[in-house]
Design a protein around this ligand. Structure first.
Ligand code: ADP
Length: 190
């Protein structure tokens, strides 16, 4: 089982690289952001709750996200593994993921940290907002998301270093070059 955590600030390219990894390794993909946007689009109760947090650039409460993730995980059958994109985003979520996988006799194989300079993140997200109309990709909300990333999510870098699972990836440059660096990190733990 290949359980990959793809990590990085908003705009670091997690979604784009995840698609490539899914294609190459034939594993399942969970993007918490995509699941939440689906819930919002369908106007579910979770979607309505999520909207309040997402519009403010804040994280949803850990228990809501962890429950949602467990349900998605249980929906996968005969899975060769999973790429977790946008999860975990707090230490509590990382601990919950560890426990959830341990219950299934599994563990995280590697954490890939897509490292991209702050100015580049801003440029990419503003462009994405203009092209996709994604409501949280506006300058004000992006700034809040980056603050949340630094205060609540970035501490996971040290957490995964201590677990011996950390892999640094240079997230700036040609898509293909980044994918190659990612594949090397995955093949090293496969
Ligand atoms: P990005 O990484 O570009 O910020 P995502 O699509 O991963 O975008 O997430 C969008 C929003 O969804 C986040 O700003 C947050 O409000 C919410 N969200 C996604 N994943 C989580 C999570 N693991 N915990 C809490 N909130 C989350």
């Amino acid at each position: 089982m290949l359980n990959i955590v793809i990590f990085g600030a908003p705009g670091s390219g997690k979604g784009t690289q995840s698609e490539r990894i899914v294609e190459k390794y034939g594993i399942n993909h969970i993007s918490t952001g995509d699941v939440l946007r689906g819930e919002m689009k369908n106007g579910t109760e979770l979607g309505q709750i999520a909207k309040g947090y997402i519009d403010q650039g804040q994280l949803l409460p850990d228990n809501l996200i962890v429950d949602m993730l467990a349900k998605t995980l249980d929906g996968f059958q005969d899975s060769k593994g999973v790429i977790f994109d946008g999860f975990p985003r707090t230490i509590a979520q990382a601990e919950a993921l560890k426990a959830m996988l341990a219950e299934r006799g599994q563990s995280v194989s590697v954490m890939l940290d897509l490292d991209v300079p702050e100015e580049e993140l801003m440029t990419r997200l503003i462009k994405r907002g203009q092209e996709s109309g994604r409501a949280d990709d506006n300058e004000e909300t992006i700034k809040k998301r980056l603050v949340v990333y630094h205060s609540q999510t970035a501490p996971l870098i040290d957490w995964y270093r201590q677990e011996g699972l950390y892999a640094h990836i240079n997230g700036l440059g040609q898509l293909e070059t980044i994918t190659n660096e990612i594949c090397q990190a995955i093949d090293a733990v496969k």
